[in-house]
Design a binder for this molecule. Structure first.
Ligand SMILES: C[S@@+](CC[C@H](N)C(=O)[O-])C[C@H]1O[C@@H](n2cnc3c(N)ncnc32)[C@H](O)[C@@H]1O
Length: 310
């Protein structure tokens, strides 16, 4: 979220525009009834939402949710981790692009270094969150020289570091193809320091390709969203804070569920809308993008990553 836009004076969406916990829970139940079994709470930054553990309790109580997880920048995690665990959160993914103070500041656009995120990871790990995943978005000329240090730091701790190719989501992150460090380059960098070998996926559609250290010190993941897109296996639906349903990270518009819900739609009517969107989804932006050599449409009217959550 660019600091020059989202500064101290920025007016975020007024409360009435965002879904209440009850509305989120109701929609979650409808998605689970339609076959969803994994829910990820993301953002924006989910830990800035007041009383978040209350939402986690509601979601974890839904029959059929096998996996409830949350993605956070970790800044406020140390203070909230225990309440989230008590509320029923199973797993955590924490974004940490570099352990290097200056690189971290540059990539987060904030004056703080990685200490608070590391503290959050430590507290979460002591509380028994497992496995903790660490997301590292890799940008050429920015943090690729710090990847091996990040891998080394988490080797043997049980945490799984996932290196993610820098994606052209939205229009404000200064994406250029030349800034993408490909999965094979990342593998080479890490493999040159620590011998690794591939491991089979945990399930079909798992976004990260898995590798384990041959000395048994754990595993890493590589997410090749740009060089080897995986649209064909994508089974994710995304619900924005203001109640829109998206079927692709690269979509330019979503389907409004909030308005019909607030206008009194029944569960069956809402389920019908969700089913209709899902049945006709055909977006496969990453695959189409990889077919062209010039990314002329890179500045289109797509939604931003901080709106749709990753
Ligand atoms: C958009 S964030 C939202 C959650 C939370 N605020 C955080 O920082 O983890 C979700 C994930 O998307 C990843 N991400 C953000 N921009 C990205 C990009 N351009 N390419 C690939 N991944 C990206 C982040 O690293 C993070 O792990």
């Amino acid at each position: 979220m660019p600091a020059e836009i989202f500064g101290e004076k920025y007016e975020f969406l007024p409360r009435p525009h965002i879904l209440t916990f009850e509305e989120i829970e109701r929609l979650a139940r409808l998605f689970v009834a339609a076959g969803v079994s994994k829910i990820r709470v993301t953002g924006g930054e989910p830990l800035v939402r007041a009383d978040l553990p209350e939402l986690i309790s509601k979601l974890s109580a839904i029959d059929g949710v096998d996996d409830l997880t949350l993605t956070t920048n970790g800044y406020l995690l140390a203070q909230h981790a225990a309440a989230l665990k008590d509320a029923g959160l199973n797993r955590l993914t924490i974004s940490l692009d570099s352990l290097d103070e200056e690189v971290f500041k540059k990539m987060s656009g904030r004056p703080q270094g990685p200490e608070k995120t590391l503290e959050g990871i430590r507290v979460a790990s002591e509380l028994g969150f497992s496995p903790i995943k660490i997301n590292v978005v890799v940008q050429r000329g920015m943090n690729e020289h710090t990847l091996v240090d990040t891998a080394r730091h988490f080797r043997g701790t049980g945490a799984i570091v996932r290196f993610i190719e820098f994606m052209d989501v939205g229009t404000r992150n200064g994406w250029e193809l030349s800034k993408v460090v490909t999965a094979s380059e990342i593998l080479e960098l890490i493999g040159a320091e620590f011998p690794i070998e591939p491991v089979s996926p945990n399930y079909r559609g798992e976004v990260a390709s898995r590798y384990r250290y041959t000395d048994g010190e754990g595993e890493i993941g590589i997410i090749s969203s740009v060089s080897v897109p995986f649209c064909g296996d994508c089974s994710r639906a995304r619900l924005s804070t203001d109640g829109k349903l998206f079927t692709c990270l690269f979509a330019s518009s979503g389907t409004d569920l909030k308005t019909p819900m607030r206008d009194g739609a029944s569960d069956a009517e809402l389920a019908e809308i969700i089913g209709r969107v899902w049945r006709k989804r055909d977006d496969r932006y990453s695959e189409l993008r990889s077919k062209v050599t010039e990314f002329a449409d890179a500045a289109g009217d797509r939604v931003e990553m901080y709106y749709i959550g990753g």
